[in-house]
Write a protein that binds this ligand. Structure first.
Ligand code: HEC
Ligand code: HEC
Ligand code: HEC
Length: 109
């Protein structure tokens, strides 16, 4: 069963990979950032503090980095090696925000 799921995921990934889909890991590798950064390292490069990061996206409504949820773990939304997913949508429906987080073409799901 596990193998089957893995295969299905690989197939899904391959189906979307053609269309300039890049993971955060790949985008960072291009910028010279390798490995699996910890959240502290993410913040160190992106603003220096969660509050500073929230200021960078202050014009985004709703602000994914500054909400009633507080300082949410980066990987609750940004997937390093896979498809990112807006955790806010567990409760809300923010399709535009999801689109910004994951500007890949939609696949059937
Ligand atoms: C060593 C510094 C460094 C670390 C660590 C780092 N980043 Fe980045 N990040 C960058 C650079 C450089 C870019 C590219 C900036 C650009 O192209 O404008 C970038 C780009 C991004 C982007 C924008 C990608 C896009 O589609 O344009 C996101 C989102 C991001 N990083 C999230 C993260 C997260 C989450 C982590 C931790 C898991 C992380 N970064 C760790 C330096 C870093
Ligand atoms: C609740 C989901 C969520 C969480 C948690 C989250 N982000 Fe984001 N992040 C987003 C979304 C959505 C965008 C796209 C915003 C836009 O450009 O409109 C984004 C954009 C970014 C960008 C690009 C900013 C820019 O100016 O274009 C960086 C860098 C980034 N996030 C880093 C991080 C880091 C580092 C963490 C953890 C400390 C984090 N994010 C946590 C949802 C999230
Ligand atoms: C566990 C469920 C849950 C999650 C996850 C969640 N929210 Fe909410 N959110 C709520 C509830 C409940 C309310 C209050 C609804 C009301 O009073 O109408 C709310 C209200 C809001 C509001 C309305 C403005 C306000 O402050 O009253 C915004 C904007 C919002 N959430 C943004 C976000 C963002 C951005 C995220 C992701 C970082 C997020 N939410 C994640 C449950 C959630």
């Amino acid at each position: 069963m596990k193998k089957l799921i893995t295969f299905a995921l690989i197939a899904l990934f391959a189906a979307t990979a053609g269309a300039a889909t890049q993971t955060l890991a790949q985008k960072h590798a291009k910028a010279g950032v390798r490995g699996n950064p910890t959240q502290e390292q993410c913040i160190a490069c992106h603003g220096g503090s969660y509050e500073a990061l929230a200021k960078q996206t202050a014009n985004v409504k709703p602000n994914p980095h500054g909400s009633h949820m507080g300082p949410v773990q980066c990987d609750a939304c940004h997937n390093w090696k896979g498809r990112s997913n807006l955790m806010c949508n567990d409760c809300h429906s923010f399709p535009k925000l999801q689109q910004k987080l994951r500007p890949q073409p939609k696949v059937i799901q």
